[in-house]
Write a protein that binds this ligand. Sequence first.
Ligand code: BTN
Length: 251
Amino acid sequence: SLGALEVHWELDSTSSELQRRGNAAKDFSIVLAETQRAGRGRRGRTWLSPPGLNLYLSCLKRFESGCAALSGLSLAVGVMVLRALEQLGIAGAGLKWPNDVLAVGGDRAGGKLGGILVELSGEYQGPCAAIIGIGLNLRLTPALREQAGQPACDLATLAGGTPPDRNRAAAALVQVLVEGLRQFEREGFAAFVDDYARHDLLRDQPLQLSGAPGVFDGVGAGVDGRGALQVRMADGSMRRIDSADVTVRRA
Ligand code: BTN
């Protein structure tokens, strides 16, 4: 059976809330909060989460296939977020590997519209639970923009000044997530790879990558069937990046 859909006024973090419930949480439990005291971003960063403006949502999904099969999940979730925006009639968003949702075109091009944080717990080849956290900027204040620490954008800007109705946006997100996660469970990342390619902002872009193997340059060459970023090196060889511990910048 499906888990509950809960809307809280305030939590530390919607993802932490699901984590604390552990095994007691049903599959497809979805938690939203109006505001988060300690919203978490990737790599230990803070996700600013004031009330009234934006969406903060987490969903717990169990996979019998094991954590090993979930390497493309966070990319697939990016595609799902774009599907939700499409339902809301909002165009002008793209994906930056592994899972940033960015504005395309206009003066805010490259500004971050939302973030995705996928946390896995369980076994490599056995039962695995994913907690999928999504933060979506519907409307940013000038102060928020400044505090964000990176270029930010919001859906209001993409929609010509007026943000979509927040309840409608939440409903669209919940619907595409439930459908999309079922699809991912059945077919894996293969079902999303074409949609990802259509929205891939790094394709054919000169990139600088930094992380465990040092710093190197290359050109974005799409993602493979498991969600790894492919980079064409100066000598024509291809390098496959599957660690999200790598920072990718346009060179
Ligand atoms: C990123 O760094 O880009 C990921 C940001 C993820 C933020 C969302 S908001 C809902 C959920 N709860 C959290 O504490 N984080 C995620």
